[in-house]
Ligand binder design. Structure first.
Ligand SMILES: [Zn+2]
Ligand SMILES: [Zn+2]
Ligand SMILES: [Zn+2]
Length: 139
């Protein structure tokens, strides 16, 4: 039973695995986003209200299971935050809001610097904004 994987994932992170949370966690880790809370609500295999999804997302973020991405269109988006693995950022078109994965991160130096400042368990948010090819061509 594959749901068990997500139950364990939540439990290990210290989040109580309710049906809705397991459904959202499985969707978000199987489908690259980032997704808005509304999208997660629409795609949840378990019926629930939007507030429940907001709460689940808040919990996931607090426990570092997901990260938020700010595309500056007034809506935060969320995606799975795999440990070590597939960490990446995005480039977003300022005009049409298309986005692509940018498979890089800032150099690891910040860990040392922030460690010296006394910070632990640091997360970061980094998105790139530009004009995509389509929008450049159409002027
Ligand atoms: Zn992504
Ligand atoms: Zn564009
Ligand atoms: Zn990064």
């Amino acid at each position: 039973m594959s749901q068990k994987v997500y139950e364990d994932m939540l439990r290990e992170a210290g989040v109580k695995p309710t049906k809705v949370r397991v459904a959202i966690m499985s969707f978000i880790s199987l489908n690259h986003g980032p997704h808005t809370v509304e999208e997660l609500h629409e795609n949840s295999s378990v019926t629930c209200d939007l507030v429940t999804v907001y709460r689940a997302i808040g919990l996931f973020e607090k426990h570092n299971l997901i990260q938020s991405c700010d595309f500056r269109d007034g809506q935060l988006r969320y995606e799975y935050n795999p440990e070590g693995g597939d960490h990446h950022h995005h480039v977003i078109c300022r005009t049409c809001h298309a986005h692509e994965v940018v498979p890089l991160c800032v150099p690891d130096k910040w860990r040392k610097i922030l460690g010296k400042l006394g910070y632990s368990d640091v997360s970061h948010q980094l998105e790139f904004f530009g004009l995509c090819r389509g929008c450049t061509d159409s002027g």
